[in-house]
Design a protein around this ligand. Structure first.
Ligand code: GLN
Length: 484
């Protein structure tokens, strides 16, 4: 059953080939048996999942038939789940049990999906390798000596190891697309504002966006249909008409114009990755797409601008973790100052502390204009690059990551090397655009991803192109070696 897609599982449930309880038990068994090796789950909600599965079976018997009814999924541990610990990968929230559900969690619950548990992640979603989690690093199912990518590494590893057919994730600078690339998955970051951020623990609020990790574009479209909603509880939620993302997957690729930015194929890109990405673009040309070389001239400024803006926003967002209101509190504080200092120093890991320091510095009087304001100006230029490009092309394609998954520990001591992992994904977040990564081949026996970037609200177009590609190739069906 774990080899079936979400679309097939939904069909099997509808045809009563298996029940949701059988399906849920199957995945729970697999998690128990295999996850020791990958460390992808922080919390497995066995009892709750079985109760939800039972309720889904009963609802189906009573005539309910929504697309995700009884289908198991799992949530990144950044999304608040009422009554279930939500750690955000941090000691700070090690014992935090939210009193409410995130809107997206609620959406899946309304749809009748079964939640298997909460997935490991980089601490507060800061990272590109899933090595900064308080709960330990996640291992890549394709090669357990390697990272799965971050920060949604738990989500990616769990889907790649077929411990869940799909998972939610979040992407502030690449955290859905990058682990999708490293784990051979389809990962979609929707347009900023398309998905509610209510109840998603904030990292950098102007960049954060929830999305999904699945095996195929069809499954991503099915999951997206439930993920997307207008939410008055999120002031940046967009009140645009809801779409059926599965409706237009068959659209013709012929006549579409694909822009290929020269800046995404420069120094630093592994040559074999470049070749696979080029082959994938050639495949689209065979399907009738026009290929056009384009320029996104401010690309090299995306990483430096992001690593000012994201830390600045994180330093403000994480100030609420003060040892007073909720989260970790140090033992025997001498006074209030000591309480703040020790609670934060003891409960935040090195990367989170580094970001808070950088962000506080960039926002401080005297440096604000030089760093934060400048970074925001660069952000505007990056957005304009995309606006100009999309005047001529329908979609932009290039690599998701500069190389296949690297070894655990390989970049641990060099934050800048780690930050450069995001070189092709970050600009999309700065511009608020939708981005999709799909598997397009193996390099060193590890998956690599093709990235598709669209204009705002072009999720359907990206998923349609990906679906057509997946109809003619089988990269998305490959399973990590050694996994039954
Ligand atoms: N790797 C980037 C960072 O560390 C992006 C993380 C993310 O998208 N959550 O900030």
């Amino acid at each position: 059953m774990h080899h079936l897609s979400i679309a097939e599982l939904a069909k099997g449930l509808r045809a009563k080939t298996f029940s949701s309880v059988e399906l849920t038990e199957h995945f729970l068994q697999r998690i128990k048996r295999l996850d020791g090796e990958f460390n992808s789950f922080v919390t497995v909600t066995e009892q709750e999942a079985l109760a939800q599965a039972k309720a889904a079976d009963a609802a189906r018997a009573a005539g309910k038939d929504t697309p995700l009814l009884g289908v198991p999924i799992a949530h990144k541990d950044i999304f608040c789940t009422q009554g279930v610990r939500t750690s955000c990968g941090s000691r700070m929230l090690e014992n935090f049990v939210p009193p409410y559900d995130a809107t997206i969690v609620d959406n899946y619950q309304q749809a009748g999906a079964v939640v298997l548990g909460k997935l490991n992640m980089d601490e507060f979603a800061m990272g590109s390798s899933n090595e900064t989690s308080y709960f330990g690093a996640v291992k890549n199912p394709w090669d357990t000596r390697c990272v799965p990518g971050g920060s949604s590494g738990g989500s990616a590893a769990a889907v790649a190891a077929r411990l869940t057919p799909g998972a939610t994730a979040s992407d502030t600078g690449g955290s859905i697309r990058q682990p999708a690339s490293h784990c051979g998955l389809t990962g979609l970051k929707p347009t900023y504002g398309r998905v509610s951020r209510y109840g998603m623990i904030a990292f950098a609020s102007s960049l954060d966006q929830a999305g999904v990790l699945t095996h195929s574009a069809l499954d991503a479209a099915i999951m997206l249909n439930t993920l997307v909603s207008f939410d008055p509880l999120d002031s940046t939620s967009v009140d645009a008409p809801l779409e059926d993302y599965t409706a237009d997957l068959g659209r013709d690729v012929a006549g579409m114009t694909i822009g290929v930015p020269q800046e995404y194929f420069g120094d630093g890109l592994n040559v074999e990755v470049a070749a696979k990405v080029q082959e994938a673009i050639d495949e689209f040309a065979k399907m009738g797409a026009n290929i056009k070389e384009i320029s996104l001239p401010h690309s090299e400024l995306a990483v430096p601008a992001y690593y000012v803006i994201a830390p600045a926003e994180c330093s403000a967002n994480l100030s609420r973790f003060d040892g007073v209101r909720y989260g970790y509190r140090c033992d025997n504080p001498k006074d209030l100052e000591d309480l703040y200092k020790r609670s934060r120093c003891e409960a935040f890991g090195d990367e989170v502390i580094r970001r808070i320091l950088v962000g506080t510095y960039a926002l401080s009087a005297g440096y604000f204009d030089a760093y934060y304001k400048k970074a925001q100006q660069v952000r505007r230029l990056i957005k304009q690059d995309f606006d100009q490009a999309f005047a001529d092309v329908d979609v932009i394609m290039g690599p998701t990551c500069p190389s296949p998954a690297f070894k655990l520990g390989a970049k641990g001591t060099d934050p800048v090397a780690m930050y450069l992992e995001d070189i092709y994904t970050i600009a999309t977040n700065l511009a608020g655009l939708p981005g999709l990564s799909i598997p397009c081949g193996l390099v060193e026996n590890k998956p690599v991803g093709l990235q598709l970037i669209g204009p705002a609200f072009a999720e359907q177009r990206l998923l349609g192109l990906a679906h057509q590609f997946q109809n003619t190739t089988d990269f998305h069906t490959l399973t990590a070696p050694g996994l039954e």
